[in-house]
Design a protein around this ligand. Sequence first.
Ligand code: A2P
Length: 257
Amino acid sequence: MSNLNHERVLDVRHWTEDLFSFKVTRDSAFRFVNGQFTMIGIEVDGRPLMRAYSMASANHEEHLEFFSIKVADGALTSRIRHLSKGDPVLVGRKPTGTLIQDNLLPGTTLYLLSTGTGLAPFMSIVKGPEIYERFEKIVLVHGCRKIFELSYGEKVIANLLKHKLLGDLARGKLVYYPTVTREPFRNRGRITDLIESGKLFDDLNQPPLDIESDRLMLCGSPSMLADLQASLRRSGFLEGNHSASGHYVIEKAFVEK
Ligand code: A2P
């Protein structure tokens, strides 16, 4: 297990029956770029049981935080949902991932488009000061079925806006747009439909997507990613990666077992 750090749970919060977040200690040598993921797990029968998790904490924070779904029969999530303070957790030493600023071409407005636990890497990104240096406006969209699934994101954003150093930056540049598909809410509908119809841009008083100035990061369910990517491709947007920066980057939410 030489690739793994042995950490301890600091805190666990259950947001809904199916969603929880947890904080763990962080090895001082563990470095990452906001938006990346690593392997997280526990030891089961003497062997590590690991899954990919995006860091939801920013790299300036002392601890690591993760946001997880509970999959009823999932090998790992059915176990880690019962974690409590002090429990041991394994953290992979090699963070990676494509949702990083350097994979994007320069631009003015950054759209962070997520569904479900795909929100996690964007929590890390909006808590890092560097994103506010690079973009004039950051639009964070979080799509969920029900209002209560927004609660983790709402709490993180509320704390960010109150933060003594980052609050001013975020208040000036960050726009948070939660949307719900299966019950009445002030913003309703799938992200794809809100973009297609132009409602997202009308609501935000923003012009429609412009390849010259707008950059996007996408993280969420595979079908949302496939639909959004198809629509971006039709408009000529190119996907960025470590070898060539582009107009958008993409990563599936790690809603695994
Ligand atoms: P919907 O309720 O219309 O399916 P899930 O919990 O299934 O991962 O979905 C999270 C959110 O993502 C829901 O609001 C869901 O809307 C939405 N969603 C699912 N598939 C797509 C898609 N292909 N494009 C856009 N949004 C989607």
